[in-house]
Design a protein around this ligand. Structure first.
Ligand code: 1HN
Length: 346
């Protein structure tokens, strides 16, 4: 590829004249913004161990009362982006949130989409759009763009969950903002039971299904896990055992920008993932697994989380020869498809 002229090649008087007119020559920066063959990846393979993070999160519970935090979160920041950017990847934000018994995180709604993967504890709940969603280990709860949400805790031990948001993208597009609200009236709970039986949907006479853009807000882990185990039994030959979290009315992605799935690694299984454009996040729900990201290998214990840049080979291995492992995956696939930049490379 032809080497291009640099800024230093240009007379200083000319450079100053450009600057004075808010003009910039493209050619000195062209290779940086348009590198050959593969994007410049700021996202670095990074792992956050729950064992190291948990005591610091509990300490935040002592140092900062919930009223002074609103959301008591330690952000899982990727050093490749700079910690202050609070990004796990180009478009994904990750945070571990702590709610102590009797605490309340007040109602608000915002433009970024969020999901919560429950990590530890019982007795807490999120109320989303009037629907009270109980939290148990492994449950996935959606708080899509524009829906009111607040968190409460009636149990007697700390509750921790992993927040996954498309905040970096929404912030970058200058569309990120919040609206504060008052405590919601609860109008329903466990609404997801209406979708708990595959292939049959609510269908009141003369109308098919729900008019809600987000008909299912809570995906209980017991159901996702059972679906994985059933799939593994029904298709022992399958290359991968994986389920996607979808909108049950449309079969499409459950949210607009980020995609979510759960994967079961059979005992002893090693799985080479296709090399694809989206960055990915892996959170171990159960078992023990290693994640090799182009030669960087992380060993995940339950509740550990790591991220991998896009365009990079990733191999997952179950570290147990006798028990399955279960991994929650978040990635940028829906966004890449919508942008038309989605790629699979061999
Ligand atoms: C948010 O609303 C929550 O509602 C958690 O629990 C983390 C990070 C950035 C922006 C909004 C929550 C968040 C957030």
């Amino acid at each position: 590829m032809q080497a291009l002229g640099t800024l230093e090649d240009l007379p200083e008087t000319y450079r100053k004249a450009l600057t004075a007119q808010n003009l910039v020559p493209l050619w000195p920066s062209l290779r940086a913004v348009l590198p050959p063959g593969k994007p410049t990846l700021r996202t670095r393979p990074t792992c956050w161990e729950y064992k190291a993070l948990r005591p610091l999160l509990l300490e935040a519970g002592e140092l900062t009362p919930i009223e002074k935090a609103e959301r008591r979160v330690l952000v899982l920041a990727n050093p490749g982006h700079g910690l202050e950017k609070m990004q796990a990847s180009a478009c994904m934000y990750l945070g571990m949130q702590l709610l102590m018994p009797n605490e309340w995180a007040p109602s608000h709604k915002h433009t970024p989409n969020a999901v919560r993967m429950i990590v530890e504890g019982e007795g807490a709940y999120t109320t989303v759009d009037g629907e009270k969603c109980p939290m148990s280990r492994g449950d996935l709860i959606l708080t899509p763009t524009g829906l009111w949400h607040e968190h409460g805790h009636d149990g007697n031990a700390p509750v921790v969950w992993l927040d996954v948001l498309d905040l970096p993208l929404v912030y970058y597009t200058e569309t990120s903002y919040v609206t504060e609200g008052k405590a919601q009236a609860v109008t329903g709970t466990m609404n997801e039971r209406a979708y708990a039986h595959g292939g049959v949907l609510p269908a009141p006479m003369f109308s098919r299904g729900s008019d809600r853009r987000y008909p299912m807000l809570r995906y209980p882990w017991v159901d996702a896990r059972a679906a994985l185990v059933a799939q593994a039994q029904a298709h022992p030959e399958a290359e991968a055992v994986q389920v996607a979290y979808v909108n049950p009315e449309t079969g499409g992605d459950c949210q607009n920008i980020l995609g979510f799935s759960a994967l079961m690694l059979r005992p002893g299984e090693s799985l080479r993932l296709p090399v694809r454009s989206p960055a990915m996040v892996f959170h171990l729900i159960e078992g023990g697994a290693s994640v090799d990201i182009d030669g960087t290998t992380f060993s995940l214990a339950p509740a550990d989380t790591c991220c991998a840049p896009g365009y990079t080979p990733v191999t997952l291995k179950n570290l147990s020869a006798s028990e399955p492992s279960f991994i929650f995956i978040a990635d940028e696939t829906p966004l890449h498809r919508k942008l038309g930049v989605y790629e699979v490379r061999a």
